[in-house]
Design a protein around this ligand. Sequence first.
Ligand code: HEC
Length: 267
Amino acid sequence: MRTSILLSMLVLGSLTTASVFAQKTAVQSIEEYRAMLADGNPSELFEAKGEDLWKQKRGPKNASLEACDLGKGPGVYKGAFVELPRYFADTGRVQDMESRLLTCMQNLQGFDANEIAKTAFGKGEQVNVTALATWLSAESKGMKFNLSQVHPQEKIAYEVGKRLFFQRAGPHDFACASCHGQDNTRIRLQDLPNLTKNPGDGIGFAAWPAYRVSNGQMWGMQQRLNDCYRQQRFPYPGFGSDVTIALGVYLGVNSAGSKSIAPALKR
Ligand code: HEC
């Protein structure tokens, strides 16, 4: 009798300890893991590469990107990232950082922008676009998002982005809003930011490009959106497409006033 009580107490005791311990370790270890990694964000390597690529003479025209206009005039890159996507008169389009880089690579260096847009993430010139976007985002680190909503095309892009965000379809009838439309939700241990309002500093739009520790890859916003479309079981609308850019405008305008921590470090 005594032994069995003792035994059950022991079992109960160890079960409680185990579950409390498991809860603690799950949440805590993720926090610790982030803090540990923050000391040496590998994105610095991509930043260095991006800065190099900006200055290097490359492509069929053997030219650098130093005259690239990211919205603040040719060659001005400080603060450009937190104002993108924006309308560009020369292309007649609203463009984000990555699609604008393609324009500059084509016009200044003679690369084929369509070819690069069709290239898979992590391959060929796509790797260089990511490195460039990483460096350029770092040049606006700590600055607040401030997207223009003055040009009619910018307003249209916001409205289109908003509709796309709430558009449910596909085999699971998912929208972006299904996963990102409420506060305090998570999938497994990943926090899902509410992107319908200002998610805050370093979250959502204010964090990408980011280095993803889980797969050791540097991802720009276009790849982030690509992966969310995959999670949504939608076909990918294409690199730098009007769809992904409109979503960028919606998310970016919602982030107004949030400080960019890009390039961030993500799980
Ligand atoms: C099935 C759920 C799901 C859907 C639908 C979904 N996402 Fe996500 N999204 C996630 C998950 C999970 C993460 C976090 C991934 C990680 O930690 O690696 C994420 C991360 C993000 C982030 C980065 C957040 C941050 O702070 O790092 C953005 C921005 C984002 N999603 C936008 C979108 C957009 C826009 C759509 C619609 C095209 C969308 N998502 C659809 C699950 C989803």
